[in-house]
Every structure is written in structure tokens, then in C-alpha cells.
Design a protein around this ligand. Structure first.
Ligand SMILES: C=C(O[C@@H]1C=C(C(=O)O)C=C[C@H]1O)C(=O)O
Length: 450
């Protein structure tokens, strides 16, 4: 179970690097996620090569130590330093896994969709499996039990293909009138356009899909990877039997590696209604590059990222004009932003300063976040929040959890949003969210009729 530690009580951690490759090391990481999630917390992340990183697959099972609750990420640095001091020779390749809700202060009283997910967590899993090409690293961390015992426990879970099905989980969509979704979203957009009192606001909406059979999880993760090879594919189940938050995101929130910080502005979207590289998609991308509405929407994000980094003491660099990021379902405007890291700030400081960018929230940020909480009508939970991993040297990669859904046996709740400015058209924005929902939606439909 998780133990909540403050920096002042840094109990030493025990760890183990098994010297024999266990039998499960031969199995697909997605299959291990499926087996492991029936026994405890499970986190899967497949990241593409880029920003100085090789592509890798990571699986974290269980939780040996957790820093949870408000400000968990922002205030973690001293706690981690204490942990390193009190646990000699902690391996550098150990990973902390983390997520933050889009709005950790959102009042969940009337919306229990995300009840299983603590709004913020930074934690060390009990079992970490890291795969890069043919190379697999396995690390075990233990808070109180001997690490060998923790390892044996996970071995017996992972060696058995017949994991017990989870108990019936909270029906993800039960408390919502999804029928109202179109009316609420388009009214929100129309209302904003009639009185554009902010530069930009991002409104989201949901959709539901039927449940998928339990054992289909590995196939869903594989389907996402096949269709979105340039995206980070993620799945998180916070405890035994909880719903699984799953998605394929194209958006890096922040990455720190080799003294360089990387982030991006990703905003401005075209559906193209056709395959990447088709003449029709190319024409839509040219129109996107020339669209003042999309360029405006994009520039809010570039400007905010650059000024947030400058406030941290960084010197950000980026190109003058956006490029096109092509995905199977949509194309986006993208501006990569880089900055040398300095001793004055680290990855978690940058994450705290950048989230939420106007790509998922709006500008000015606080007013936009308030507007979303007042008008959107549901808890975004982890949708549009940061999700990623970091090593103990402070290098890591965090993504914006987009193109996602909350899967339970009773159904899947999908989430997507669109940047709204004074020039927005409600139905066009609705259609854009439809194309974004299809990222996971199309893979789920394939899985329903394999
Ligand atoms: C909000 C989402 O996507 C974000 C909004 C975009 C836009 O408005 O054009 C584009 C990329 C993302 O930064 C989403 O996928 O739900």
C-alpha cells in the first residue's frame, strides 16, 4: 500500500535488482500490465524516440512509496533529495511515476467518475520493468517487506495468465446525461463567441462507448501503438479493480534530458477527413497554416510557454512559424520549444509552471480554468493533466494526457476538447472534438469487433 511521506520522515527504502531474468521478462509488457492490474496499481507507458530519448516501454506495478495530495509534484524535490540521502546507492535507472489531474482543486462532490484516482501522485512502484529494444531492466522497491518477498509476490501474479477478474467497478458513465453533451458544448462555445471576454478557452466534452471484454486491454494498447506510433501510449489503473485510464497523446508537456528542456506548443487542428499524405489532407494542412483563427489560438500557447519559462529563469528558443504534426486522425500546428536547464530550476518546476498551458485550458489561465469548472459540467479528472516519469537525477518526460478514456467493464468514457476563440464556430469545434475522440474510439470499435 502507499505510504504518504513528507520530506521530514524519509524512511529508507529497500531495493533489489534481480540478477536472474524472471520468466515473465519474456512476455509482452502490455500483457504484464493486464495481469498486474488485477493485483494492485498498474502503470504502462510506451514513449516514442525523441527529445534526446530512445523509445521505451515501461511498466510499474504496486506502490512502494508515494508523494500524494495537493502540491505533491511541486514540493517533491526536497523529499526526493532526503530519500537519496537515506537510501544509499539507489539505482539511477529507478523511475518515479507521476500524474496530476487537469484541475486538482475541482470539487468532486457531485461527480464521482474519478473517485479511484488521487488528483496528484508521484510514486515509486514496487516492480519496475523497463524495455529498450531487446534490453530489459527489472527493479524492485520495498517500503517495509523484504524486497525479495515483494518480488516473489509479483512473480506469482505475473507468471499466471489467469488473473482473477476485477470486481465490478464504478460504472464510468452512470451519473451523466451524455445526451446533453452536444447542447452544453455548443452553447458554451456560442456564449463565449457572443462575449469573448478571454483570449481563449478550451472547452471539452465526453462521449461513451460500450464496455470491452477485460482481456482486450493488451490489444487496445497495441492498436493505439499501431495507429499512433509517434504518440506516447499510456494506461493507468490506480488500484485493483479500478477503471483504467488509457490513451495515445501527441503532446509533450515537458522533457528534461542532458541539460536540455523540451516542450511544445500544440494547438490548431484540422480533421482533413482523409488519410495522412492524401491530397485532401495536404490541402487541409495548408489551410490550417494559413488560418488566422488557428494561428492566433496557437500563438497564445507559444507566448505563455515562453513567458512561463522565462519566469523560471530559462532562455527559451523556438521557431517563428509553426510546423505541421500529422497523426492518423488529425493534423496539428506545432512549435517545439527548447531551453537549456540551469541549476535554478528542474523538470518538476517546469511542469508546475507550464501546466495547464492554453492548449488545454486558455488565456488568461486562472480565468479560463474557472470558466471551465463553471461551465463544462463535469470533472476532467486526469484528462488534459500531466502524466509521465522521472529518474532520481531529475531527468524525465511528461506528456499531456489527451486522446483518452476511462475504461471499465460497463463502458468507456472518452474525453476531448478544442480551443475556442472569438472566431470559433460551435459546430466546427464540436466536429473537431469528434475527430479527437476517434483516436481512442476507433481502436475501441476495432476491439469490439476484432
Ligand atoms: C484539448 C485537446 O487537444 C489540444 C487542443 C488542440 C486544439 O485546440 O487545436 C490541439 C492539440 C491539443 O493541445 C484534446 O485532444 O482533447
Amino acid at each position: 500500500m502507499a505510504n504518504h511521506l513528507s520530506a521530514s520522515s524519509p524512511a529508507p527504502l529497500r531495493w533489489l535488482r534481480p540478477d536472474v531474468q524472471p520468466s515473465f521478462a519474456l512476455l509482452d509488457t502490455r500483457e504484464l500490465f493486464e495481469r498486474g492490474r488485477h493485483a494492485g496499481r498498474a502503470f504502462f507507458l510506451r514513449t516514442p524516440a525523441g527529445e534526446g530519448w530512445e523509445s521505451e516501454e515501461l511498466l510499474g506495478l504496486g506502490c512502494a512509496r508515494e508523494y500524494a495530495g495537493p502540491g505533491a509534484l511541486a514540493s517533491a524535490a526536497p523529499a526526493l533529495q532526503a530519500l537519496r540521502q537515506h537510501t544509499p546507492a539507489l539505482p539511477q535507472d529507478l523511475r518515479l511515476l507521476a500524474w496530476t489531474a487537469f484541475d486538482p482543486t475541482y470539487d468532486r462532490t457531485h461527480d464521482t467518475t474519478w473517485a479511484d484516482f488521487t488528483p496528484q501522485s508521484l510514486y515509486l512502484p514496487e516492480l519496475l520493468v523497463l524495455r529498450r529494444g531487446d534490453h530489459t531492466t527489472i527493479l524492485v522497491c520495498a517500503a517495509s517487506e523484504p524486497p525479495q518477498q515483494v518480488f516473489q509476490r509479483w512473480l506469482s501474479v505475473l507468471d499466471s495468465p489467469h488473473s482473477a477478474p476485477p470486481p465490478a467497478s464504478t460504472p464510468a458513465s452512470s451519473s451523466f446525461a451524455l445526451a446533453d453533451e452536444h447542447r452544453r458544448f455548443t452553447e458554451n462555445v456560442a456564449h463565449f463567441v457572443a462575449n469573448p471576454d478571454l483570449g481563449k478557452v478550451v472547452f471539452a466534452r465526453r462521449d461513451a462507448r460500450p464496455g470491452v471484454a477485460d482481456a482486450r486491454m493488451p490489444a487496445i494498447l497495441d492498436g493505439l501503438h499501431q495507429r499512433y506510433p509517434e504518440c506516447a501510449i499510456y494506461a493507468l489503473s490506480p488500484r485493483h479493480g479500478a477503471p483504467v485510464f488509457v490513451g495515445a497523446t501527441p503532446e509533450t508537456l515537458v522533457s528534461a534530458r542532458d541539460a536540455q528542456l523540451h516542450t511544445m506548443a500544440l494547438a490548431g487542428t484540422t480533421r482533413g477527413r482523409s488519410a495522412p499524405d492524401s491530397p485532401e489532407r495536404r490541402a487541409a494542412e495548408a489551410a490550417l497554416l494559413a488560418s488566422p483563427k488557428d494561428r492566433d489560438e496557437h500563438h497564445f500557447v507559444v507566448d505563455m510557454i515562453a513567458s512561463a519559462l522565462r519566469e523560471l529563469g530559462a532562455e527559451p528558443h523556438h521557431g517563428d512559424a509553426p510546423q505541421i504534426k500529422v497523426l492518423a486522425n488529425v493534423s496539428h500546428l506545432e512549435t517545439p520549444v527548447h531551453a537549456p536547464l540551469t541549476p535554478a530550476f528542474g523538470l518538476l518546476d517546469a511542469l508546475d509552471a507550464l501546466h495547464p498551458t492554453p492548449a488545454v485550458c486558455g488565456q488568461p489561465r486562472d480565468q479560463a480554468r474557472q470558466r471551465i469548472a463553471q461551465r463544462e459540467g463535469f470533472d476532467r479528472g486526469l484528462y488534459a493533466g500531466p502524466l509521465g516519469t522521472m529518474n532520481l537525477a531529475g531527468e524525465g518526460r511528461f506528456f499531456v494526457a489527451l486522446r483518452c478514456g476511462l475504461l471499465s467493464q460497463s463502458g468507456t468514457l472518452l474525453f476531448a476538447g478544442a480551443g475556442i476563440t472569438a472566431e470559433s464556430d460551435p459546430q466546427v469545434e464540436w466536429d473537431e472534438t469528434g475527430a479527437k475522440l476517434a483516436a481512442l474510439g476507433s481502436v475501441l470499435s476495432q476491439e469490439a469487433h476484432p
